[in-house]
Design a protein around this ligand. Structure first.
Ligand SMILES: Nc1ncnc2c1ncn2[C@@H]1O[C@H](COP(=O)(O)OP(=O)(O)O)[C@@H](O)[C@H]1O
Ligand SMILES: [Mg+2]
Length: 461
């Protein structure tokens, strides 16, 4: 459903348009003059404005200009009489989507409206896709065939197609993001918007405006109309990540949206229905927080309709070999290394570790291992668990004791591991790493070459 404003000083034409569009399922407002139209676009976020070109005083071009100044994403269709096509073309140059020449049939109107709305939808979608492309994990597959993860996947396949809210819980790094994307892919909404809201990073005072939008002038700094993320997800999926971080003060706003399925941009005088599927995730114990009064009870039950708990990696060690192999192949390909398998002893090391950072930590350990490994077998000495790395304050002490996990390693290997650990801590910065190691930059450079370390690959993970 789209919000549409029809502007025409001729009542009969306005009403014909309005009826045609209402029948097609849109929410339609009417304005009998350009001035009234401008008042209206100050009060409501429209997806589309259809305006007559020739009107007394404030004409269609002025309406177009006002609409675009408030929200460049609002589409505008110009209605024009035969003979004024010249000005219609001018309107298109200034941002109108298309023009309709009078007289027109309902079918022609609906067709033009569909195209305009499609363009609007695509634009939003491109934005949400761009956000996802930034995500290096996508597209990713869910690896795992152990009992626990099989059960999770079974449930997900069943629930994905419904519109009910899903709450994913699990420690950090257990695959909550990945699972949310998979739910979307398995749902009938797979081709529609996927909008991610990270509740931990939005400042409290901006939450309402980010999620529900605002009108120009609603508060200082609001220079344009802006749709909220919840409305951008209309027809698609809204992923509320780290929902446990949501401060108590803004929880009622989210609750209201979940209860009513409606949003009201700040400064808009009425609410709009949106059709979104909500998936939420948290690594917090929401139930416990609720009992301590740190999470609203009503919100908890609204979110916890279909709960899915992702097991910690240490509780699903049967998946370790498959996951390790999966990451090994991925990074070998990406880094151009010949390594093809994990040695038996390395697997023992992986299995005996506790994985507080879960799959994300495993991914990092394997990536670093692949980088260190120059043969085709990943061995224990290539496994540098972050837990065993020296704490920052003691960085100058070699990481040997933990790193080798009981395996005797050569002095050269020890040196290489230590250089790596320091470089990593310094974010790949060779100058700082050389200073910490108390060697010259050229010595460091020589050693990097000797050990086949590429500092660029240590820069950011
Ligand atoms: N079952 C899985 N198979 C393959 N990769 C996974 C799996 N679960 C998680 N990952 C990877 O582990 C990393 C962390 O997952 P993510 O979904 O971001 O975790 P969370 O959101 O729970 O912190 C990501 O790179 C993700 O692709
Ligand atoms: Mg996450």
């Amino acid at each position: 459903m789209a919000q549409v404003l029809v502007v025409d000083d001729q009542r009969s034409l306005r009403q014909t348009l309005s009826i045609t569009l209402s029948r097609a399922g849109h929410a339609v407002d009417e304005a009998g003059s350009g001035a009234e139209a401008i008042r209206r676009v100050d009060e409501t976020l429209y997806d589309l404005v259809i305006t007559d070109l020739k009107m007394e005083e404030v004409d269609g071009l002025a309406v177009l200009e006002a609409v675009k100044a408030r929200d460049a994403d609002t589409e505008v269709l110009i209605v024009t009489a035969f003979g004024t096509i010249e000005s219609a073309v001018q309107a298109i140059r200034r941002g109108a989507h298309d023009y309709l020449t009078k007289p027109f049939t309902p079918d022609q109107v609906l067709h033009a409206v569909d195209l305009a709305l499609e363009r609007r939808r695509l634009r939003t979608e491109v934005r949400s896709l761009a956000r996802q492309i930034d995500d290096p994990n996508d597209p990713a597959e869910i690896v795992g065939e152990g009992e626990r993860i099989r059960k999770v996947l079974e449930v997900v396949r069943e629930w994905a197609s419904s519109d009910s809210t899903i709450l994913i819980t699990g420690e950090t790094g257990t695959g909550k993001d990945l699972l949310a994307r998979m739910i979307r892919r398995l749902s009938p909404r797979r081709d529609r918007a996927y909008v991610v809201v990270n509740c931990a990073t939005i400042p409290d005072n901006l939450f309402e405006s980010e999620l529900f939008g605002h009108m120009r002038g609603a508060f200082s700094g609001a220079t344009r109309n802006r749709k909220g993320l919840a409305q951008e997800a209309d027809g698609g999926t809204l992923f509320l990540d780290e929902v446990g971080e949501l401060p108590l003060e803004v929880q009622p706003q989210l609750l209201r949206f979940l209860e009513t399925g409606e949003v009201r941009p700040i400064g808009q005088n009425r609410s709009v229905r949106v059709d979104t599927r909500v998936v939420a995730a948290t690594n917090r114990d929401l139930h416990g927080m609720m009992r301590q009064g740190r999470f609203r009870e009503d919100l908890y039950y609204r979110l916890n309709v279909l709960p899915i708990e992702l097991p910690a990696l240490r509780e699903r060690r049967d998946d370790l070999p498959r996951l390790a192999q999966h990451f090994l192949e991925r990074f070998a390909r990406r880094l151009g290394r010949p390594v093809t398998e994990v040695s038996k002893r390395a697997m023992l090391v992986l299995r005996s570790y506790d994985w507080p950072g879960n799959i994300r930590e495993l991914e990092n350990v394997i990536e670093r291992g692949v980088m260190l490994c120059r043969g085709n077998e990943l061995r224990p000495e290539h496994l540098l668990m972050p837990g065993a790395a020296p704490p920052p304050a003691e960085a100058s002490r070699p990481p040997a004791a933990g790193a080798g996990v009981g395996d005797a390693i050569t002095l050269a290997e020890l040196e290489r591991l230590h250089i790596l650990a320091v470089l990593k801590r310094e974010g790949g910065n060779q100058k700082r790493a050389a200073a910490v190691l108390d060697i010259s930059k050229s010595t460091l450079w020589r050693k990097l070459k000797e050990y086949g370390i590429d500092p660029g690959q240590l820069a950011d993970d």
